[in-house]
Design a protein around this ligand. Structure first.
Ligand code: SAH
Length: 277
């Protein structure tokens, strides 16, 4: 994929050939305006929509879509479906999901559906992204600390996470998607998102310990490396095959005494694979 000249993308120096590389996306200091805790979900949805970029958007207006209004409707729907955390609703209202999908799919960008992003992978449904980020935020206040995302894909969820966390490390095993995410995220100038090309089954020890780890791909078990790289008090959210043989969302809380594990609802995520390609 071609890189636009002049954009300040930093590549972490490492030997060649590199099995893994890190890209810092963007430059300008920007923090998500966090909503006061007193704000309820409906107010948050309205505020999120209002604070989203309001400039004319030729990409969607050409298709007869008003991006801000369509996103506000998506956020209202998420609130109706039970997403309550104002931080999450605000983030979902701010990130322009249509910029992460192929132009032919732009008119479906705000529907509650997963969409293909190439190389056999999919961008998760907004509802699933919001649910997982809300689980990550559970029992916390204000911005989260450092978060590790396994499976950058097109970069959408990394952008959402950048609004609720101080730093986001996002790792992808497919070079084509790692590059695509870098291109997609560039215009957003999210200084706190770090894209890594590598095998996320090994975590990313350089950023550890993490306040949260979130996986967008489902494995047979939670890799040991993730548990080791989680901070005490940190939370891990990962689709995992349960003993019953289906994939479910698993939440692991790391405490001073050990790990507390909860198995939640059934989900359908693409498989977690080892190695890079
Ligand atoms: N969060 C993404 C969803 C991408 S789908 C988004 O918003 O678009 C899940 C991704 O996990 C796929 O891109 C897949 O290639 C990636 N993946 C699977 N196993 C992985 C691994 N071991 N390390 C890193 N990425 C992995």
């Amino acid at each position: 994929m071609t890189q636009r000249p002049g954009f300040p993308v930093k590549l972490t120096p490492s030997g060649t050939p590199r099995p893994a590389g890190k890209t810092t996306v963007g430059i300008s200091a920007r923090q998500a305006p966090l909503l006061p805790p007193s704000l309820n979900a409906t107010q948050a949805a309205a505020k999120a929509a209002g604070s989203a970029m309001s400039r004319p958007d030729p990409l969607v207006s050409g298709l007869g879509l008003d991006s801000v209004a369509v996103r506000a409707r998506m956020v209202r729907k998420l609130a109706e479906q039970g997403v309550q955390d104002p931080r999450v609703l605000s983030a979902m209202g701010q990130v322009e999901r249509h910029r992460f999908v192929e132009s032919a799919l732009v008119n479906q960008a705000y529907e509650d559906t997963s969409l293909p992003i190439g190389l056999g992978q999919t961008i998760s449904k907004p509802n699933v992204v919001a649910r997982m980020v809300e689980l990550l935020c559970q029992n916390t206040q204000g911005p989260l600390g450092r978060i590790l995302e396994i499976g950058t894909g097109c970069g959408y969820q990394a952008a959402v996470l950048s609004h609720v966390a101080s730093e986001v490390y996002s790792i992808e095993r497919l070079r084509g998607l790692h590059e695509k995410a870098r291109t997609n995220l560039r215009p957003f100038r999210l200084h706190n998102v770090h894209l890594i090309f590598g095998d996320g089954m090994l975590g990313y020890p350089k950023g550890a310990p993490y306040a949260g780890i979130i996986s967008a791909a489902g494995g047979d078990a939670v890799p040991e490396a993730w548990l080791a790289q989680l901070a005490v008090g940190g939370r891990l959210i990962a689709p995992t095959i349960t003993p019953a043989g289906h994939q479910a969302l698993v939440v692991v809380l790391k405490t001073a005494e050990g790990f507390e594990r909860q198995v939640l609802e059934a989900v359908h995520f693409v498989p977690l694979k080892s190695g890079v390609a």
